[in-house]
Design a protein around this ligand. Sequence first.
Ligand SMILES: [Zn+2]
Ligand SMILES: [Zn+2]
Length: 135
Amino acid sequence: MIKGSCLCGKVKFEISGEISLMANCHCSMCRKNHGAPYVTYAGVDASQLSWVQGEDLIADYQSSEKVHRGFCRECGSNLPLPGESGGQIFIPAGSLDDDPGVKPQVHIFVASKAPWVEINDDLPQFDAFPPGFDD
Ligand SMILES: [Zn+2]
Ligand SMILES: [Zn+2]
């Protein structure tokens, strides 16, 4: 089990099994949403995520036609959204409390990366979603 929680600690969740993809997303919406140079996501199957407490505290912000973003009403932390089922979901890796045992494997949406951010590793870079991930 990999545990995760928000800043105030009222929302807690767990991930069972392994993380299939860890990606750094450089898109402008993730940057705004997190106030960060880029956001690292842990991709898991929706069935791997279970809620320990506080899922009723999570608010839903729809940032585009297909993308909903969850956050704690109490402390504002970005979180996975309850009720997502089927397929892959992306959990903000900064909300994890345990070492997930994987490290970022790709940079995605590099075409919209912040001009002040330099990528200093040799991981593959994709302008948008990596191949096979496009919905
Ligand atoms: Zn919170
Ligand atoms: Zn993004």
